[in-house]
Design a protein around this ligand. Structure first.
Ligand SMILES: Nc1ncnc2c1ncn2[C@@H]1O[C@H](COP(=O)(O)OP(=O)(O)O)[C@@H](O)[C@H]1O
Ligand SMILES: O=P(O)(O)O[C@H]1O[C@H](CO)[C@@H](O[C@H]2O[C@H](CO)[C@@H](O)[C@H](O)[C@H]2O)[C@H](O)[C@H]1O
Length: 479
């Protein structure tokens, strides 16, 4: 098989040739992936941002690390999102790897080979763990680890079966490696915040043990604005390894279980409120809060209203509610003309029950500090009122309650109250005492969810739409 790229990653011209092999296959494979962010719009073409051979020449199978830019059209103009792929290359695939098949290139340097998603190949998944352990440098890829956690070799890898925005590998039920799929330049909050919390001694968030990055700008092959700003801001963060909480249950499953059994969830919701407040406290100590003035609150209200307008254009089912929903953002803007300042700090940014893991001793941990994946990274890293995370959790109780018939709003109401009480006990601030801010954030979250579900899980669209219908008419019982 001819080499597509050299191991030191110094042959960008040849890496572009990869597209002759991979491009036609990715056109159909990529849009089918759960983590593909550009759903519903055709892919016009691909460009390689970076390609690195992770194993020495002659290794079988081969392992290619590829950052590929998918060019698409949108109503507002062309877009180009960068995705991380780990591509295994063999002559034929064993049956156990059949589900990982990407395809058989008919042209270019990989013609005649079989290419597949390497995460499913334990031999290749092991290469990543070894690279992290050894702090390897391969071409533009830089693998780092803290000295704080020992990482043994030979841990058996498996792909996590969860519905995810990214992909995760679990090693020996000891570590979990989250591989970001859509790659954005800049400091990545899912590494930044857990590292800051670990330094602060916060035990509610699994501390990063290792991570890896691409220094894509280093060899001067900036191919787009993304790569150019990576050069300004540093590396592209590609993956983070952290301890795997193997005995923990995720909050979403626990909530559904409580609903199915008719059992209470308020003690858990109360503990979750306390845990959220503890994490907020630690974040505020690690990354000092700022004051938001009147102009910033008005800008926040405008950005929420803009997101509503964009979403209503994309999802017709939202349009009948748009005027009613806008009143929540107008009330926030008017609030800006009264009070002089609000406190804002770094927050989780996409908090919901699925991001909360409960250990057998009842203690909650929070994971996934990436923020809402669809938002620009700079926006996700802005300090915000903590009510934003609270609103995310309140929406999540509503989501859970709506999984069962008959709909049990009381279950969600009780959880909301218990969660807010727990939060207030630790933080000294009851989110219910900021109803305008809370309503604006809940409304904003429901609008986000409408777009998220329309793009990723159309069958779920009625869940946020039901909330939207009530949030648009505040005189109705709360969503
Ligand atoms: N440290 C961990 N321990 C145990 N399970 C985890 C851990 N981190 C993530 N998970 C599991 O992996 C799933 C996906 O992780 P998450 O960080 O939310 O990825 P994504 O952003 O791709 O959705 C979680 O819902 C959880 O079930
Ligand atoms: O966990 P992710 O970072 O991938 O977050 C995205 O996917 C979530 C769904 O998996 C989505 O959350 C929505 O659905 C949940 C139930 O599946 C519910 O608990 C949440 O409240 C609701 O927002 C999340 O919005 C999205 O960013």
């Amino acid at each position: 098989m001819p080499e597509a790229v050299t191991r030191d990653g110094r042959t960008p011209a040849r890496s572009q040739e990869l597209i002759a092999s991979l491009g036609p296959l990715l056109l159909t494979w990529l849009p089918r992936q759960r983590w593909f962010a550009g759903k519903g719009r055709p892919v016009n073409g691909f460009t390689v941002v970076s390609a690195t051979e992770l194993l020495p020449p002659g290794a079988v199978p081969r392992l290619l690390h590829v950052l590929v830019r998918a060019e698409q059209s949108s109503p507002t103009g062309p877009t180009a999102d960068c995705y991380q792929l780990l591509v295994g290359v063999r002559r034929t695939l064993p049956p156990s790897l059949a589900p990982a098949l990407i395809g058989r290139p008919e042209r270019g340097p990989l013609r005649g080979a079989t290419v597949y998603d390497a995460l499913y190949d334990p031999r290749l998944a092991d290469v990543l763990l070894e690279a992290l352990r050894m702090r390897a440098r391969v071409g533009e890829l830089r693998f780092e680890r803290t000295g704080a956690t020992e990482i043994p070799s030979g841990l058996v890898p498996r792909v996590l079966g969860a519905e995810q925005s990214n992909s995760s590998l679990v090693y020996g039920d000891t570590f979990i490696l989250k591989l970001f799929r859509r790659i954005v330049p800049g400091t990545h909050p899912d590494l930044e915040l857990p590292l800051a919390l670990a330094t602060e001694g916060c035990r509610r968030v699994p501390p990063p043990a290792a991570w890896f990055c691409a220094d894509v700008g280093a060899r001067g092959t900036a191919v787009d604005e993304g790569t150019a700003s990576a050069r300004r801001e540093g590396a592209l963060v590609l993956g983070v390894l952290q301890p795997f909480l193997k005995s923990a249950d995720d909050g979403w499953e626990l909530a559904l279980d409580s609903l199915a059994r008719g059992g209470p969830f308020t003690p858990q919701a109360h503990a979750l409120g306390r845990a959220t407040a503890e994490v907020h406290g630690a974040l505020a100590r690690a990354l000092p809060p700022v004051s938001l003035g009147r102009a910033q609150i008005e800008a926040l209200s405008r950005s929420m209203a803009n997101r509503l307008d964009t979403t209503a254009r994309a999802v017709p089912a939202l349009r009948p509610y748009a005027d009613g929903l806008r009143t929540a953002f107008e009330a926030l803007g008017e609030l800006g003309t009264g009070q002089l300042s609000w406190t804002a700090q770094r927050v989780h940014g996409d908090l919901h029950l699925g991001q909360c893991l409960r250990a057998p001793d009842g203690e909650w941990s929070l994971i996934d500090f990436e923020g809402e994946p669809a938002r620009p990274l700079a926006e996700r890293r802005l300090p915000q009122p903590t009510v934003r995370d609270v609103a995310g959790m309140l929406r999540s109780f509503d989501y859970a309650a709506r999984q069962y018939r008959p709909w049990s709003p009381d279950w969600a109401d009780d959880c909301r109250a218990a969660y807010c009480t727990g939060y207030a006990e630790v933080s000294g601030r009851d989110p219910r005492h900021e109803p305008v801010l809370l309503r604006a954030y809940e409304t904003d979250k429901a609008v986000y969810e409408v777009l998220y579900e329309a793009r990723h899980r159309p069958d779920w669209l009625p869940v946020p739409l039901a909330a939207v219908a009530r949030l648009a008419t505040p005189s109705l019982p709360r969503p």
